[in-house]
Ligand binder design. Structure first.
Ligand code: B12
Length: 215
């Protein structure tokens, strides 16, 4: 039963039918499937297939845009459900979050924000295509425990290094823990650029954030 719904979710993204994605998400929630399971088993596989088809030239930019629309429609139903399952009442810490300059991918970054919020963190989301200077200015102004930097392109992940460098130059690197993520980002990249933490997905981001705040 669940497998059928997951296939429906995945196929609706691959077929570029946002309304079908929305309906399948409703159906999955009504069937009692946990929102994070819907995302992991139904939606992310769909986005990955769309990405693969794009990289081999079978799909084009409009196909990516339509798939993103479907995923975002689904998130309008899933986000409130994730937040409802909020774990902690007391604030676990504060996180400033954004996608680096030149990069407009927002779905993964927003999901990380939602999961952090659902787990008691106070999240301030700066959005996408955030200039390095803005990250630095906001760290100075808001003094978050953690700065989360998302990058989805091999050409923009270098901006994560730039932000860390800029924090050092501004003399505030030791005031904030930096956590990085996004599809092309790896643990070894995170270590190379001097980040404090890396996670592969949104649940991992919550774990790392907890560890970083405890340090
Ligand atoms: C949807 C999509 C788009 C949409 C984005 C819409 C939106 N509002 O976000 C649009 C159409 C705008 C787009 C544009 C482009 N895209 Co695009 N896109 C994708 C796609 C298909 C899915 C991304 C996604 O939403 N995944 C679902 C989410 C949930 O996963 P996620 O983003 O990876 O996030 C998770 C983790 O990475 C992690 N995470 C993310 N951020 C953070 C941050 C922290 C701190 C932590 C700890 C963890 C973390 O947790 C998240 C949740 O689990 C990917 C393919 C793919 N498989 O990734 C290509 C992909 C990323 N795009 C790609 C490309 C090339 C482009 C374009 C350059 C295309 C073009 N020719 O114009 C443009 C670039 C625009 C720009 N300047 O940013 C390539 C990148 C190749 C590369 N190696 O650099 C990919 C990989 C497709 C491919 N296989 O070729 N894209």
């Amino acid at each position: 039963m669940s497998q059928e719904i997951f296939a429906k979710l995945t196929n609706s993204l691959v077929d570029g039918d946002p309304d079908a994605t929305f309906e399948a998400t409703k159906e999955a929630l009504a069937a009692g499937i946990e929102p994070m399971v819907i995302i992991k088993e139904g939606l992310i596989p769909g986005m990955n297939i769309v990405g693969e088809k794009f990289s081999c030239g079978e799909y084009f930019l409009p196909d990516l845009i339509i798939a993103a629309d479907g995923m975002q429609k689904a998130m309008t139903l899933l986000e409130p459900e994730l937040l409802k399952r909020q774990q902690a009442i007391e604030s676990a810490g504060t996180v400033l979050l954004g996608t680096v300059k030149g990069d407009i991918h927002e779905i993964g970054k927003s999901l990380v924000g939602t999961m952090l919020t659902a787990n008691g963190f106070k999240v301030h989301d700066l959005g996408v295509d955030v200039p390095t200077e803005t990250f630095v200015a906001k760290v100075k102004e808001m003094k978050p425990d953690i700065l989360g930097l998302s990058a989805l392109l091999t050409t923009t992940m270098v901006m994560q290094r730039e932000v860390i460098k800029a924090l050092t130059e501004a003399g505030i690197r030791n005031q904030v823990k930096v956590m990085v993520g996004g599809a092309p980002v790896t643990r070894s990249w995170a270590e190379e650029i001097g980040a404090d933490g890396y996670a592969e997905d949104a649940m991992g981001a919550v774990q790392i954030a907890r560890q970083l705040v405890a340090k």
